[in-house]
Design a protein around this ligand. Structure first.
Ligand SMILES: [Zn+2]
Length: 73
């Protein structure tokens, strides 16, 4: 995985935030401090990374539109 640094403080102590129902591997990673669990409900502007040094949270992907997933009816 490519190393990500915090845009606020420049720290490399950055963990990805994983959304959805975690499996055993993700839970173990969360306990080990390798990932952060964001919960099962993800919004279009929810952060993707968490800096463990300064507590900053941010996302790198463009926000998705909630209505796009449902499609035309
Ligand atoms: Zn930071």
């Amino acid at each position: 995985m490519e190393a990500t640094s915090c845009p606020q403080c420049g720290s490399k102590a950055v963990v990805p935030i994983v959304y959805g129902l975690p499996g055993e591997e993700l839970i173990a990673g969360s306990v080990a401090g390798e990932v952060e669990l964001g919960g099962c409900c993800v919004g279009p502007h929810d952060p993707e990374f968490h800096c463990r040094a300064c507590g900053n949270k941010w996302r790198v992907s463009a926000p998705w539109h909630p209505n796009r997933a449902s499609g035309p009816l």
